[in-house]
Ligand binder design. Structure first.
Ligand code: ADP
Ligand code: ZN
Ligand code: ZN
Length: 816
């Protein structure tokens, strides 16, 4: 008898065993997919983990339905990596599988199938069973797998789906994103035929009879003389006060020539730079040190100030890895994956770069996956967000984790709750590859690892071209309010600097760490603040839509006319968010263009890209935004950054609040003055003597590190201690209390005082579920593996208690 153990994309503790025939046994290999029955009538896509001949003891092994692959779709290195993720982050292999494979690989009975209306399919292109399904979809907008089984009167329907997908006849339920395209802008120039003086004279004479057209050509000369930059069609029509029809006539006549540039290239002087840049002496030294460090350490931290030219160093390292025939993974926080960087790398490496991005359609993601599986030339460099660590690399030589301090490398929900930076280090080790962590503001844990000599360390402290670090000024809000020097949320100093900057034709970024108009709406008479019905949190006012919204569950309601409790019409808004700042700026500077960048304005397909592009093109003078603004953007013309209020970051109830504030403020500051002129940063605060603000204003990472580490030692927090957070969730308040007490008590019996809680988080109820947290602190000498074993044992006993079975338990390793 032959059997296979199969990973199912479900949170099951154990692998399931199925029986296979002799023929199947000789065909199957580990890493291939099979369709298998599970439960009463469900079918899942499973992955072969082991092929063997031992019959399961406690259940009758079912037969598989179907083999889905000819070749394995995951390799041995991936499987080893999955096992590590599952054991380190305390989740099942099924959880990892679901995160690791593009959803198109995981057909299952819950999948909803619909017709692809974009594609015309002729009946004769379809086989009989395909036709039956396709026809059913003409009458019903969507079908489930079970429906297909009924239609075809058989259980094994996945192959039909697979074939229909290949013919592009159907869609699976999934958000379909459009292709990710950089924006192209239309430019005009004089046709090269007229570059000679004589030809030009002739044309101008000819145009004497068409004064409007002549006007356009003359304006183009004027503009070209003034600036070396390419001239946009829109600029020309505006400056010459001509219609675009006239420009078009000139293009049709062959006098002007139209061309397109990818917007990002404009920033990089419009040249197609095929060769990578020659490094300056600081960069060269850093590069040399990184290479030396790699001889001793598999991980190296590059601490390079903003705009020091880290990316160009990465490029050199990538070139070397490619030359050795190795693959490269370049990890970035999702939001920093802008066309800016993509284009920059494509300029150097062309087709060898593949981007793996959640904005991509499933088709594109599957394509990247297959390219890697085939080790295709197209996928030698993967530029991707955290989930790209799961791609089928076979020959990795280098992983770069840029902006390594970014919190978004950590996945919070659902499991696996992995940290992509830390996992990348393990992935690199599996491949015997090197990892470079880069940041202008390293996380304490990476810097600590470097100090401990666990990681190598290289510093780069001069900005490229010796551009000075911006000058940072702290503005005391308490004093400004007292002396009535405030207009709305703007101090006189900020207004002065803004006026000056705009006068010089430069741009401004204003940073406010909150979206919405004002976080809290409160009745002046009785003090009542409208609450979310599903969560224990006050609703946020969004003026643009005159709505109240919950930032936890997305609940929305119209703004109140009168207080819900006492009926008073006097409703006050406290605090302020990006939306209000935007409105105030528009009042202060009515002649300038203002844009806002936060979760609300960047929701659309290209929302984020669009705002960045118009700011880059200097169509916008002042950009107001949340921390989205901090992510490695390179704007040439920004000379002033205003941080509206540093205090709400600093006072955030989290042990990393100070570290994060430091990182955030220095990163936003780094957007100022990236060219010759020294940039300026104004930080408004009630607390200008706060140590973190002093450290930010002197760019003193070392002091920040030292002080924060003292606190981490003292209060027993990472990186000195490790943390595992256990969250219990239930809709019944009493039950969650009882369950959490039981859990915490069991943990205390083993770990004593290293157990904190149970405690309700600041927002205790979210989507009608009460949450309660327990934290286990693990001293560095205590075995992490043993600790986890103990927790799993306690968790198993917990699940055996009948009353607790409906309580959801979430284990989060390194939950910060
Ligand atoms: P970082 O990643 O450290 O913030 P970047 O790599 O983005 O810095 O470099 C900042 C700017 O300096 C970019 O516009 C980049 O093109 C330019 N730059 C960096 N190194 C060089 C170099 N060696 N030659 C020419 N330009 C460079
Ligand atoms: Zn009231
Ligand atoms: Zn809510």
């Amino acid at each position: 008898m032959n059997y296979i153990d199969v990973i199912l994309p479900l949170p099951l503790q154990k692998l399931f065993t199925y029986s296979i025939t002799e023929a199947e046994a000789s065909f199957l290999r580990v890493g291939m997919r099979v369709a298998v029955p599970f439960g009463k009538s469900k079918i899942y896509t499973g992955l072969v983990h082991r092929i063997h001949t031992s019959k399961p003891l406690v259940y009758e092994a079912k037969d598989i339905h179907q083999i889905l692959d000819e070749e394995p779709i995951i390799n041995a290195q991936q499987l080893a990596f999955w096992e590590w993720i599952s054991s380190y982050y305390m989740c099942t292999l099924g959880d990892v599988m679901r995160a690791a494979l593009p959803s198109a690989f995981l057909l299952e009975s819950e999948t909803i199938i619909s017709k692809n209306n974009q594609k015309e399919i002729l009946d004769e292109e379809l086989l009989d069973d395909e036709f039956l399904v396709y026809e059913a979809l003409q009458h019903q907008s969507s079908l489930k797998i079970q429906d297909l089984m009924n239609i075809l009167d058989r259980k094994n329907v996945l192959p039909v789906i697979k074939r229909l997908l290949e013919k592009e006849a159907i869609h699976l339920q999934e958000e379909i994103y459009e292709k990710y395209k950089p924006k192209w802008v239309r430019y005009v120039r004089l046709h090269p035929n007229f570059s000679s003086e004589a030809a030009l004279q002739a044309v101008l004479e000819e145009l004497n009879r068409a004064p409007k057209q002549k006007q356009v050509v003359m304006t183009l000369f004027m503009l070209t003389a003034k600036t070396k930059k390419p001239i946009k069609v829109t600029e020309l029509t505006e400056a010459s006060e001509a219609s675009s029809a006239i420009v078009k006539t000139l293009i049709d006549k062959g006098i002007l020539e139209e061309y397109h540039i990818q917007t990002d290239r404009v920033t990089y002087s419009g040249e197609e730079n095929e060769a990578s840049k020659k490094l300056n002496e600081y960069q060269n030294t850093a590069l040399k040190e990184i290479k030396e460090s790699f001889e001793k350490h598999s991980v190296t931290l590059l601490h390079g100030v903003t705009s020091s030219g880290k990316t160009e160093i990465y490029v050199k390292l990538i070139e070397e890895a490619l030359a050795k025939g190795k693959q490269v993974l370049y990890l970035l926080p999702e939001i920093a994956l802008t066309t800016q960087l993509v284009t920059r790398l494509q300029n150097y490496f062309g087709e060898q770069v593949s981007v793996f991005h959640s904005k991509y359609s499933i088709h594109e993601r599957v394509e990247v996956y297959h390219n890697l599986l085939d080790n295709s030339a197209k996928a030698q460099i993967i530029l991707g967000a955290r989930s790209s660590i799961f791609l089928p690399f076979s020959n990795l030589g280098l992983i770069i984790v840029d902006e390594e301090h970014e919190q978004s490398f950590k996945q919070f929900d659902p499991a696996p709750r992995y940290h992509a930076r830390d996992s990348a280090v393990v992935l690199a080790n599996i491949h015997k590859a090197k990892t470079l962590l880069g940041s202008a503001t390293p996380s304490l844990e990476s810097y600590f690892n470097a100090k401990q000599n666990k990681y190598g360390f290289v510093a780069l402290s001069t900005r490229f071209n010796d551009v000075l670090m911006p000058e940072i000024e702290l503005v005391d809000l308490k004093d400004k309010y007292k002396r009535k020097k405030m207009k709305g949320h703007f101090s006189d100093r900020l207004i002065e600097e803004m006026t000056e900057t705009l006068k010089e034709g430069q741009q401004i970024i204003l940073f406010q760490n909150r979206r919405g108009f004002s976080p809290i709406v409160e009745c002046v008479t009785c003090g009542n603040a409208p609450q979310c019905p599903n969560c224990d949190v006050s609703l946020t006012y969004h003026q643009y839509r005159n709505q109240l919204r919950c930032h936890y569950c997305g609940y929305q309601a119209a703004m109140l006319q009168t207080c819900g409790a006492c009926g008073s019409p006097e409703i006050d808004s406290k605090g302020f968010g990006t939306e209000q700042i935007e409105i105030e700026v528009k009042q202060l500077f009515p002649d300038h263009k203002v844009a806002r960048m936060d979760l609300d304005t960047t929701r659309g397909k290209y929302g984020y890209e669009k705002i960045i592009t118009s700011f880059e093109q200097q169509e916008v003078d002042i950009l107001v935004g949340t921390q989205m603004l901090t992510k490695g953007l390179d704007f040439r013309n920004v000379n002033l950054v205003g941080i509206m209020n540093a205090d709400n970051m600093l006072n955030f109830p989290d042990f990393r609040a100070h570290e994060r504030s430091f990182q955030l403020m220095l990163q936003v500051s780094g957007r100022a003055g990236r060219t010759e002129k020294r940039g300026r940063v104004l930080i408004q605060t009630y607390n200008p003597y706060h140590k973190i603000l002093q450290q930010v204003s002197t760019n003193d990472y070392a002091s920040m590190f030292k002080e924060q580490m003292d606190e981490r030692y003292f209060f027993k927090y990472p990186p000195v201690y490790r943390l595992i957070k256990i969250t219990l969730k239930h809709k019944d308040y009493n039950r969650v209390n009882m369950a959490a007490d039981w859990y915490a008590q069991s943990l205390r019996q083993v770990f004593g005082d290293f157990v904190l809680g149970p405690e309700f988080p600041p927002v205790a109820r979210i989507r009608n579920q009460y949450h309660k947290n327990i934290i286990v602190k693990i001293p560095s000498k205590q075995s992490l593996a043993k600790t986890k074993e103990t927790i799993i044992r306690i968790d198993n006993s917990f699940n055996a208690v009948k009353d607790f079975r409906s309580v959801r338990v979430i284990l989060n390793v390194d939950n910060y």
